[in-house]
Design a protein around this ligand. Structure first.
Ligand SMILES: Cc1cc2nc3c(=O)[nH]c(=O)nc-3n(C[C@H](O)[C@H](O)[C@H](O)COP(=O)(O)OP(=O)(O)OC[C@H]3O[C@@H](n4cnc5c(N)ncnc54)[C@H](O)[C@@H]3O)c2cc1C
Length: 311
């Protein structure tokens, strides 16, 4: 393709390589992904929780993206997994460099410690400079989607999540205007995973290291205490592994653009963004929406992963 040829796709779909790998803490590996195609990376406005898709190699390496057009994804899905590799979702923690030296920083959670490493975690654990993945990412000037943090005119923001949401919370904090007020709650595996995040002075960041406590056992109570709610948090028996409830999409098929049945509440000026393990997020959603009557147009609840479910 010549430098002047128009792009074939309204997104970046290219092989990129790890150009730097750092084990930043016990549970996180930070990888800078680089490649000339990333010169075209761009989003309108702050990155916030911008997500991208990464394809990790399987037995037969990475799927080819040469000459990919609008049919690539559908064709890719039909190929056997050993050929197509493994697609997973990650957050752009940061963008470094510019032009052909543009690098996407991705912070990978290592979750092999509990014996459940998937292809994403395993790739990051072994990553060396030069290792390659396929990335699907926003192309400058084209609509890609993938940002769910939309606080509108809310007076306060609440961001809450587990370790998989730390990169998104970092992006949200970095993108918030200086006058924003609010709180961020982040549950991470161990104290040594706590990072220094930079955000507006009026947004408090609270780290909740589990240090052996069960997943979700600190996040729920901390969020409820912050909201002045006393309800007990209980994970429901049935959890949608693809939980995704935002003002524009409901994985359960609920109508989304409605005001709360109970009229106004003390949470009317709050916008809440909550992501992490689907069972933990479902339990929080139940309390915030059903019991505290939060306006569903002011909340985004996202299952970033589900215990025992791959992909
Ligand atoms: C919008 C979005 C943004 C995300 N951003 C990030 C990010 O920036 N960094 C990041 O690390 N993750 C992020 N995630 C979560 C990530 O996509 C999942 O954790 C994914 O399952 C990891 O793939 P895998 O191949 O390692 O494991 P899989 O093959 O998907 O799963 C294998 C096994 O590991 C378990 N598992 C998966 N993830 C975890 C975990 N975190 N802890 C413990 N067990 C786990 C599964 O339950 C399963 O039993 C994001 C998810 C979404 C939807």
């Amino acid at each position: 393709m010549t430098a002047t040829a128009p792009p074939r796709l309204p997104m970046i779909l290219e092989e990129v390589a790890a150009v730097r790998v750092d084990r930043i803490s016990p549970s996180f590996v930070r990888v800078e992904l680089g490649g000339p195609a990333l010169a075209d990376f761009g989003v309108e406005g702050p990155l916030y929780d911008q997500r991208v898709k990464l394809v990790f190699p399987a037995e037969r390496g990475l799927p080819s993206v040469a000459g990919a057009d609008g049919t690539w994804l559908a064709t890719w899905r039909q190929r056997p997994v050993e050929e197509r590799g493994h697609m997973r979702t990650y957050t752009v923690r940061e963008v470094r460099g510019s032009g052909r030296d543009t690098r996407l920083v991705v912070d990978f959670v290592l979750h092999e410690a509990d014996g459940t490493a998937g292809p994403g975690s395993a790739w990051a654990a072994a990553a060396r400079v030069g290792d390659r993945v396929v990335v699907l990412a926003p192309r400058r000037g084209c609509a890609f989607g993938g940002i769910e943090f939309v606080p509108g005119a809310a007076g306060r923001v609440l961001v809450a999540g587990d370790e998989t949401a730390v990169p998104a919370a970092a992006g949200i904090l970095a993108g918030l205007p200086p006058h924003r007020r609010g709180a961020v709650f982040l549950e991470v595996p161990v104290t040594a995973d706590v990072q220094r995040l930079v955000g507006p002075p009026g947004v408090e960041v609270v780290w909740l290291p589990r240090d052996g406590a069960p997943l979700g056992s600190l996040l729920g109570p901390a969020v409820l205490a912050h909201l002045g709610a006393g309800s007990a948090i209980e994970e429901p028996a049935e959890v949608d592994p693809d939980l995704w409830e935002t003002p524009s999409y409901s994985s359960s098929g609920e109508p989304v653009a409605t005001a709360p049945a109970g009229g106004s509440s003390h949470l009317d000026d709050l916008y809440a963004w909550i992501a992490g393990e689907a069972g933990v997020v479902t339990a929080l959603r139940r309390v915030l929406v059903r019991e505290l009557g939060m306006d569903r147009r002011q909340v985004a609840f996202m299952g970033y992963w589900r215990r025992g479910v791959a992909g």
